[in-house]
Write a protein that binds this ligand. Structure first.
Ligand SMILES: [Zn+2]
Length: 259
């Protein structure tokens, strides 16, 4: 898509609205609350937030991050999630044009944004995202030029099964839970959307997790108990593998296999 096309900008604005909804999902899904009702309210004073104070990005800036009634601080997170969702929508349309792949990317990235933050906040990867969207990934696989349905189903099963086995061995050896069922269901979701590239995503996640983990322990001196949940790294790994998977694999083959 050419740089002066209006579509990425329009998509960005749509993304902001969706991002506002994802904030609701991130807060309510781990608590098993309805994501439709009630309308958003201030956690400080309980006031229902009127629509004109619920406009993505602008309301946060206008209210300077505070509830207009009681002054309770509104987390910068709300602004941030709206903004990155806007970016994801805009990037999707810019990068993939207007196609089925665009829809696939935007849905996948949306799921990853929600999972990233529910795992970071509550250490929960809700089934309503991981399990419920596996069929959606498989439907896209049916239309995909890069992976077929059989591959997606196989990777979803093998990936989740393999990870379950590793988690079980880890548990038997170390007597503590290193990976939860949530991670395993998430890998099945990744398999549905990525096919064979889900393993690349897993590798990127493990690598990133190790680097960040070492950084937290040795540079920030956070201590070994402080952990960023693995689902966060799986989210990033998934998007990197989805967008740059082909380039990474081509580079790897040329660098280490052909020569
Ligand atoms: Zn309030």
């Amino acid at each position: 898509m050419v740089w002066y096309s209006p579509f990425p900008i329009i998509a960005f604005c749509f993304g902001l609205i969706f991002g506002s909804f994802y904030n609701v999902c991130i807060y309510r899904l781990p608590r098993d609350e309805s994501i439709v009702k009630p309308r958003s309210f201030c956690p400080g004073c309980g006031k229902t937030i009127p629509w004109y104070e619920n406009i993505p990005l602008f309301s946060y800036l206008y209210l300077r991050g505070k509830c207009s009634t009681c002054g309770t601080t509104i987390s910068f997170r709300y602004f941030f999630v709206e903004f990155i969702t806007g970016l994801v929508f805009g990037f999707g349309v810019f990068h993939y044009g207007l196609s089925i792949k665009t829809a696939e990317f935007i849905i996948l990235a949306s799921l990853m944004i929600i999972l990233f933050f529910t795992d970071l906040d509550e250490r929960i990867l809700p089934d309503k995202i991981t399990l419920w969207f596996i069929p959606v990934g498989l439907i896209f696989a049916f239309f995909s030029m890069e992976r077929n349905l059989k591959e997606s189903i196989l990777v979803a099963i093998l990936g989740a099964g393999g990870l379950a086995l590793i988690a079980w061995i880890y548990f038997k050896v170390k007597k503590i839970e290193g990976m939860g069922m949530g991670d395993i269901k998430m890998l099945a979701l990744m398999g549905a959307f990525l096919g064979i590239k889900a393993f690349l995503a897993l590798l990127i996640a493990a690598l990133l997790g190790t680097i960040v983990g070492l950084f937290l322990i040795y540079v920030l001196k956070k201590g070994k108990r402080y952990e960023i949940p693995f689902g966060c790294f799986l989210s990033i790994g998934t998007l990197v593998a989805y967008i740059y998977g082909n380039q990474i694999l081509t580079w790897y083959v040329q660098r280490y296999i052909v020569h």
